[in-house]
Every structure is written in structure tokens, then in C-alpha cells.
Design a protein around this ligand. Structure first.
Ligand SMILES: [Zn+2]
Ligand SMILES: [Zn+2]
Length: 104
């Protein structure tokens, strides 16, 4: 890792050796250009961009998409229970109707 960074220079200051690589734009920056934001290194340009991105798109899409599936499963279970109860009720009726309707 150190040897990899040793050959690179800051993209903004070509005369300075880079100390870190921005994980967002994948470019190398010197100590002055890179900054730490929420526990990770990021360049000044990406820091400005990521602040807007985080506010616009919170990383919670997966949890939200799961809810309709749970509701669908619950609705199917209720529907099956109702069908089972109605079918069970209807199944008792034909026995009464069949008396006198079936020729022997
Ligand atoms: Zn960057
Ligand atoms: Zn720099």
C-alpha cells in the first residue's frame, strides 16, 4: 500500500507526493487536499458531492422494498384462511341439497 502511494502525486499539486486515494473518484491526493469525513478519507470535491447525495438518497431502499412483500404475504395468508373457512362452510351445504335431488 505504501509503495503504491509512493509513486503517485496529488492530482491538484503534481509536485507533492500523495498520501491517500479518494475512494469515491479514485484519484490520489496530498495531505492538504484529502480530508476525513465520517471516519473515511475523501477529497474535497467528493466531500461536497457526497453531502448532497446523502441528503437526497438515504441508504434505506432495501428495507422499504421489503414492506410490500410482507404485506402481500400477510394478505395472501388472510385470503387463504377466509377461502378455507368459506369452502368448509359450503362443503356442508350440498349434503342437505342432495337429499331428494339425486335419483336412485
Ligand atoms: Zn474524490
Ligand atoms: Zn494536493
Amino acid at each position: 500500500m505504501a509503495s503504491l502511494l509512493g509513486d503517485t502525486t496529488c492530482v491538484i499539486h503534481p509536485d507533492r507526493q500523495s498520501v491517500a486515494r479518494c475512494p469515491s473518484c479514485r484519484q490520489f491526493f496530498c495531505e492538504e487536499c484529502i480530508t476525513e469525513h465520517e471516519g473515511r478519507l475523501i477529497c474535497a470535491n467528493c466531500l461536497r458531492g457526497s453531502v448532497h447525495e446523502a441528503a437526497a438518497a438515504p441508504p434505506r431502499k432495501r428495507a422499504i422494498q421489503l414492506m410490500p412483500l410482507l404485506q402481500l404475504g400477510f394478505a395472501l395468508m388472510i385470503g387463504w384462511l377466509l377461502f378455507y373457512l368459506v369452502a368448509g362452510t359450503l362443503a356442508d351445504i350440498p349434503d342437505d341439497f342432495h337429499d331428494g335431488t339425486i335419483w336412485e
